[in-house]
Design a protein around this ligand. Structure first.
Ligand code: SAH
Ligand code: SF4
Length: 369
């Protein structure tokens, strides 16, 4: 039996894997072994969360940002971006669109703002969406670092899940890809605040960052397990040409794209093997590397997809990385083509369901919705 076979067998039997085991799995390049890894992750996915893909309609409501992350196309110092901010009515309309399309949940995402005007607007729109949909549309927020009070206000208004990526748990890499006042410790503190305020908490990392090793990524996965996360959203780092990091490595060659996709899929598979009953999103960035990247993510253990429901006019202004897909497709087209492709791989779409993380409910002894 090969080394990989043995590790996967131990994983299936419920044994804890070591950092060396994870490095071995993440380092697989040979086709047969890759298939074994993906099959093992899919087997566990089927057992623990089922062959159902949940949709979260993502509303990218503003590209104003007070932060300056070196990798991100909407960082505050990028002067070539035309800034926009949707108003309350526009966000509300898109959330209702997602509800009527039977998506079950929406995600409200934007650049980071910590001013009271913004906090209040989000609080009001969350309350309004909840009321108009009779509490039925699940609301996830992805609005960056905030105080505990702000998280609590938005939770109180009706949001019940929050996504905030740790980006990388390696302190040196974190310091290289952010300005000095963006602190890894503050990210960790925010994740703890989110947990205390009662959210289902999602986090994740970018893969393929300069200087990042397989050991770093293995440690990232073990960190997610250690903080007992409910949801994971991670994706390949993709350069944006107007950013400091994108200027160093401007764009990927076809070969680099292939490698980045393969690494993204391996990370999903290994995360599923380590944390069996959590929700894992197949990031849109996978689709930027290959058209069917997200469906491939589902085949490797992911169970959540976030179709864009943002008004098409705004989409080109929310370019976190170059060649972001679906910027010119309207929301109904996205819905149609995605559901078709998901059925094509033998899965059903969990229309009309929140699709909560089973892990969250088993930790809290509550019922999934
Ligand atoms: N401002 C919020 C939400 C928007 S950014 C926040 O930062 O949490 C959402 C995610 O986009 C970030 O967490 C980051 O991981 C990802 N992202 C930004 N630039 C990227 C790039 N160049 N390639 C891949 N992902 C990127
Ligand atoms: Fe702003 Fe988020 Fe981009 Fe950082 S990653 S610059 S916080 S939008």
């Amino acid at each position: 039996m090969s080394k990989i076979d043995t590790i996967l067998k131990r994983a299936r039997a419920g044994e804890e894997l070591s950092v060396e085991d994870l490095v071995a799995l993440l380092s697989i390049t040979e086709a047969d072994e890759l298939q074994m890894l993906f099959d093992c992750a899919y087997f566990l996915k089927e057992q623990y969360v089922g062959k159902i893909a949940y949709f979260r309609g993502i509303i990218e409501c503003s590209n104003l940002c007070i932060k300056d992350c070196y990798y991100c196309g909407i960082r505050k110092s990028n002067t070539s971006v035309e800034r926009f901010q949707m108003d309350e009515d526009e966000i509300f309309t898109e959330a209702v669109w997602a509800y009527e399309a039977d998506y079950g949940s929406c995600v409200i995402q934007s650049g980071e703002r910590q001013d009271e005007e913004y906090i209040l607007m989000i609080e009001r729109v969350v309350t309004r969406i909840k009321k108009a949909t009779d509490g039925k549309l699940g609301i996830t927020l992805s609005l960056g670092e905030q105080t505990e009070e702000t998280y609590a206000r938005w939770r109180q208004a009706g949001a019940h899940r929050y996504l905030l990526r740790i980006e990388t748990t390696n302190p040196e890499i974190y310091a290289k890809i952010h300005p000095a006042d963006h602190l890894l410790e503050e990210r960790k503190a925010c994740l703890a605040r989110l947990r205390r305020t009662g959210y289902q908490v999602g986090t994740g990392v970018m893969m393929g960052l300069p200087g990042q090793t397989m050991e770093d990524l293995a440690n990232d996965i073990l960190f997610l397990k250690q903080i007992d996360i409910d949801m994971v959203g991670m994706g390949p780092y993709i350069p944006h040409s107007d950013t400091p990091m994108g200027k160093e490595i401007p764009s990927y060659t076809d070969e680099q794209k292939k490698d980045a996709l393969q690494l993204g899929l391996k990370m999903i598979a290994v995360t599923r093997i380590v944390m069996k009953d959590i929700n894992i999103a197949a990031a849109t960035a996978l689709q930027a590397l290959e058209y069917t990247g997200r469906e491939q993510g589902l085949r490797c253990g992911a169970n959540v997809i976030m179709p864009n429901v943002t008004e098409t006019d705004f989409r080109p202004k929310y370019q976190l990385y170059d060649n972001k897909p679906c910027t010119d497709e309207n929301s109904s087209l996205c819905r149609g083509c995605l559901s078709g492709r998901i059925k094509g791989i033998g899965e059903t779409v969990g229309f009309g369901e929140w699709g909560d993380s089973p892990h969250f409910h088993s930790r809290n002894g509550t019922e999934a919705t």
